[in-house]
Design a protein around this ligand. Sequence first.
Ligand code: RIB
Length: 290
Amino acid sequence: MKLFNFGSLNIDHVYDVTHQVQTGETITATSYDVFIGGKGLNQSIAASKAGAQVVHIGAIGPDGSLLKEALVNAGVDVSQLIETDTPSGHAIIQVNEQGDNAIIVYGGANQQLSKTAIDQVFHLITPEDIVLLQNEISNVDYIIERAYERKIPVVLNYSPITESLSLIDLNKVSYLLVNEIEGRAAAKDSQVIEVLTRAYPQLSVVLTLGDKGAKFAKAGREVITQKAYEAVVVDTTGAGDTFTGFFVASVLSNKSIKEALDLSCKASAIAIGKSGASNSVPTLEEVLDK
Ligand code: RIB
């Protein structure tokens, strides 16, 4: 049982700022750093650290060797990573004094993952595996169609929100991971859990609620609630990805939903105590000790 994560890889340019820049304003950053990120890469590293066997599928450019290296160092299989002439994806991230971020993502090589390349990977995937997706690469809707045809469960992290998400048929998704804003976009309503579970009876919905924890809901089942763990907030970047990686790894190893939510909330509480994205993902030992 493996996790096949079709996901982005980004070079994150991170600026610490007193407040996030407003229209017409120029501000000075108090510090600058470059980190390894991308929702896809962060989630692969988190799932691998949580104990899953992870294959990362994505595309990098000539400047992407550090991205590949970070995956390799975390034990992720990079044999399906494609190297293109297009520069790797990058993100411009402002982190304010409260640790909250504002992110601009430029897709770059992440948008070069072709249907042909995707088809080749599907020869390796079985219905016992899981396909994980976010919304920072090309052909997300196509990958979902291919997985559905082959009866392979899909976990979709509905992030970031773009118009292309409207191409996705949530009837073909097994798990949907959303924060409150993404949940409202998916449900087109503020009653996220009620609307999604009614419209999609096959769908397991995981709603993350920041410092209020998380909820799991599926049609015909009682909603499971998980509290958040206390944390010193340094930088929230990558906390959601840490949650997703630990959650999917827990599902793959047949942990109960309650246990999966608990581990994922603990892991993300540790992640927000450090700067950066993939480098703030804790080890399983750190999470179990919390
Ligand atoms: O979720 C955090 C990530 O979003 C960052 O690493 C950035 O690259 C963007 O993809």
